[in-house]
Write a protein that binds this ligand. Structure first.
Ligand SMILES: NC(=O)c1ccc[n+]([C@@H]2O[C@H](COP(=O)([O-])OP(=O)(O)OC[C@H]3O[C@@H](n4cnc5c(N)ncnc54)[C@H](OP(=O)(O)O)[C@@H]3O)[C@@H](O)[C@H]2O)c1
Length: 315
């Protein structure tokens, strides 16, 4: 098997900027966020060059601490890294504030990519904090596309502070409206994507319009259930690779980005080898989810967007 690292693969965005195809996912549940500091340090030392975070994850501060140490130790410079963060729907009307808060916590002065986290708007309270009702975000009556328009204005004003803008959790009808009503094509649409949810129509539509698709939850989210899919195990045996390497190469060999998450520093230090999956292998992986679709991220607040293969059993 090839021992070439898949972490060096880069993809060109529609604005000419290159992004490392594999990003370190940094969502972590309550209590685990501080572990992200060591995870980022191990990942960067292991060869990761792209970090995916979000205002809502509560991990930006720990990433900032890791970056400060990595820069001070001379492991990497700011320009060696590609850093993505996202604007949560409570900031739908003021993404600039969210971006400034993210930059401050990360301890950096520019972002490589800012994503609109969901095509939704949520209310804030009098102090500007998320308004919650029974632990749930409260929908606002704003237009989600206003957030994208404001991101365009910020990008046009200063593309050194925000080098690229993109979206997340957009479906085809949402992308169609965005393309019709605004004049910047998102560089990326980050969506749940893996062999159990191959989203072939969305991926093709995006490709046809110059939008790169980025896979979130590429291992099936918590507990990485997709490592046990028979087709993944079969391909892992065929290529003498790990199941995680098959799941990640499924994206990068298809010209997509992927954001796998881990806080296991041993795993992070190992990275992912490049696996020469063939067009037929990629087709078999797609076929798994065409035949047996399963979505793992079914957040209640997002149901109104109208995603396919929504499971009511999940929180
Ligand atoms: N845009 C959005 O709305 C959105 C939504 C969800 C996620 N995301 C992004 O996508 C990232 C990844 O998605 P995710 O966090 O849902 O999950 P994921 O990457 O599919 O899976 C994470 C799980 O896999 C485990 N894992 C990782 N590598 C493994 C390996 N080699 N062997 C066994 N287990 C392994 C991790 O445990 P250990 O930590 O113990 O390794 C963790 O439990 C997020 O962190 C976030 O950055 C974005």
């Amino acid at each position: 098997m090839s021992t070439e690292s898949a972490l060096t693969i880069k993809l060109k965005l529609n604005n000419g900027i290159e992004a490392p195809a594999i990003a370190l996912g940094t969502y972590n549940s309550e209590g685990l966020q501080p572990k992200v500091k060591d995870a980022v340090k191990a990942a960067v030392k292991g060869g990761y060059r792209h970090i995916d975070t979000a205002w809502i994850y509560g991990t930006e501060t720990y990433i900032g601490e890791a970056l400060a140490e990595l820069f001070a130790e001379g492991v990497v410079k700011r320009e060696d890294l590609f850093i993505t963060t996202k604007v949560w729907p409570t900031h739908w009307n003021d993404p600039s504030k969210s971006i400034d808060e993210s930059l401050k916590r990360l301890g950096i002065d520019y972002l490589d990519l800012v994503l609109q986290h969901w095509p939704l708007t949520f209310k804030v309270d009098a102090d500007g904090n998320p308004l919650m009702n029974d632990g749930q975000f409260v929908p606002d009556d704003g237009d989600y596309l206003d957030t994208w328009k404001k991101l365009i204005a910020l990008y046009k004003k200063d593309n050194k502070k925000i080098r690229s803008i993109g979206v997340s959790n957009y479906t085809i009808p949402y992308l169609e409206r965005l393309l019709k009503e605004t004049d910047i094509v998102p560089v990326v649409n980050q969506v749940e994507l893996h062999p159990s949810l191959p989203q072939v129509d969305l991926v093709k539509f995006s490709k046809d319009h110059g939008i790169l698709t980025e896979a979130f939850s590429p291992l099936g989210s918590r507990g990485a259930p997709l490592l046990k899919l028979p087709i993944v195990e079969t391909l892992a045996k065929k290529y003498d690779a790990s199941p995680a390497e098959i799941l990640i190469n499924y994206h990068v060999k298809s010209g997509r980005l992927a954001a796998p998450r881990s806080i296991n520093t041993e795993r992070l230090a190992k990275g992912f080898n490049s696996v020469p999956l063939t067009a037929d292998d990629l087709k078999s992986l797609d076929q798994e989810g065409i035949d047996h679709p399963k979505r793992y991220v079914n957040m209640g607040f997002a149901k109104s967007v109208g995603y396919e293969n929504w499971s009511e059993d999940k929180p």
